[in-house]
Design a protein around this ligand. Structure first.
Ligand SMILES: Cc1cc2nc3c(=O)[nH]c(=O)nc-3n(C[C@H](O)[C@H](O)[C@H](O)COP(=O)(O)OP(=O)(O)OC[C@H]3O[C@@H](n4cnc5c(N)ncnc54)[C@H](O)[C@@H]3O)c2cc1C
Length: 391
């Protein structure tokens, strides 16, 4: 077994850290102004392109960085240190866009990879969250293509994106289907921008679709393929959440360790008190075990054949569930170590405390991850716990 980062991974880690440090200079502004001005978006976009970390999940032949899953995990761990969700400014197009036809790719995906356009993914609705099969948005065929009607909730980057990937029930058979929809198409209205707990550089608006006419070629990946396409990328997306939350937790621990060593009460640094030491140690345990497991599963995904997909899907759920919940524990302790300062928005631990909470909700809640893991155990036995065997 060789657990070392490859030289390429080590270089990517250094590059991602340098980019993260550059972007971190914008954190306080993002917190104070609830977002960043267009000039800052342009500066960060240039820095991402200079670092070569645009579209890390897309092949180099299309202009992406073309990284393996293990390499992407290495990058996301560094970006996860950022508050204000500034990690999301290092764009990673929706994997579903790999299903574009060559024409769709030129129109939608390639400009996203270059940083000229931005996508967002609209699945959730009032009555369809954990259960996307319950969507009410419809696509009705007419002689010009399809007409969309319905509403979508919590569309991350919906304010900034210029096109949407929309899941709708198509035709009388209600076939779940993804549509590529330019946001300025008549009939699309941004109806509400919820104020969520975190500060996020983009918003998560709600949209209504009233008789939105799209062409025949707006269908992404085929009629009826919507759930399968969305689901097929959960393994990767959940591993990226595991990586980012681990990186965030590590930053919080570093800050808390430094604070504990520096801060004196009762005539000595608080790091000398064993109750504080216990919190630091528990944070280190949470981070170390989750980092190892996330890298293990990412490596497995890179090696895997099609037959392993279901088990890897469950392993990615273990990684997402474990890392997102562990980072919640870590940030709670780190805030505590900072005392009253930990409750001040000027401190990164306070921002991370609010921001890490959503990782237990989106891309499948913690309960949904548990259902996936239990289902795997019941259907295929405890093989999900095994290390891979060399062939
Ligand atoms: C900040 C933010 C950004 C988001 N961005 C996007 C986006 O870009 N695009 C998008 O489409 N969606 C997005 N979402 C939506 C997100 O994916 C959903 O919120 C999530 O899937 C949960 O759905 P829900 O909120 O409707 O909760 P519900 O599904 O109503 O769940 C409520 C509670 O019930 C539990 N529950 C539900 N079913 C079961 C079950 N079978 N067994 C046990 N417990 C269960 C859940 O775990 C949860 O605790 C975003 C959400 C947030 C908060």
């Amino acid at each position: 077994m060789d657990f070392r980062l490859t030289p390429r991974q080590a270089q990517l880690k250094a590059d991602a850290r340098a980019l993260t440090d550059f972007i971190a200079a914008y954190e306080n502004r993002c917190e104070e102004d609830n977002g960043l001005p267009a000039s800052a978006h342009a500066e960060i976009r240039d820095a991402v392109l200079d670092a070569g970390l645009q579209a890390v999940n897309m092949p180099a032949e299309w202009g992406g960085a073309g990284l393996t899953i293990a390499e992407q995990v290495t990058v996301q761990e560094e970006l996860g240190r950022l508050t204000g969700a500034l990690w999301d400014m290092v764009w990673r197009p929706a994997n579903a866009l790999r299903f574009c036809t060559p024409e769709q790719r030129e129109r939608f995906l390639v400009p996203v990879i270059r940083g000229e356009r931005r996508d967002c993914y609209a699945v959730t609705e009032r009555g369809a969250g954990s259960d996307p099969q319950n969507i009410a948005t419809t696509a009705t065929k007419n002689d010009r293509g399809w007409v969309l009607n319905g509403e979508k909730w919590f569309v991350t980057v919906g304010d900034h994106a210029d096109f949407m990937i929309v899941l709708a029930a198509a035709g009388p058979e209600r076939a779940p289907t993804l549509f590529l929809v330019d946001k300025d198409t008549p009939g699309i209205e941004m109806t509400r921008v919820p104020r969520f707990m975190h500060t996020f550089v983009y918003e998560h608006p709600e949209f209504t679709f009233s008789d939105v006419q799209v062409d025949e070629d707006a269908v992404l990946g085929g009629i009826g393929e919507g759930y399968d396409i969305t689901r097929s990328w959960f393994t990767e997306e959940r591993l990226m959440i595991a990586a980012r939350t681990t990186g965030a937790a590590e930053r919080a621990l570093e800050l808390s360790r430094d604070w504990a060593v520096e801060r004196e009460q009762f005539g000595a640094p608080i790091a000398t008190y064993q109750l504080v030491q216990g919190m630091l140690a528990d944070c280190a345990v949470d981070i170390a075990v989750n980092r190892a497991y996330t890298h293990q599963v990412a490596w497995e995904v890179d090696q895997a054949g099609a037959e392993d997909r279901k088990t890897l899907h469950a392993k990615a759920s273990i990684a997402k569930l474990a890392a997102s919940e562990a980072s919640g524990r870590v940030i709670d302790r780190c805030l505590q170590i900072h005392g009253g300062r930990g409750y001040d928005r000027a401190y990164a631990v306070e921002r991370l405390y609010r921001e890490l909470r959503v990782d237990r909700i989106w891309e499948g809640t913690s309960e949904i991850q548990r259902l996936i893991i239990a289902n795997e155990l019941i259907k295929r036995g405890p093989g999900v716990l095994d290390l891979p065997v060399a062939r």
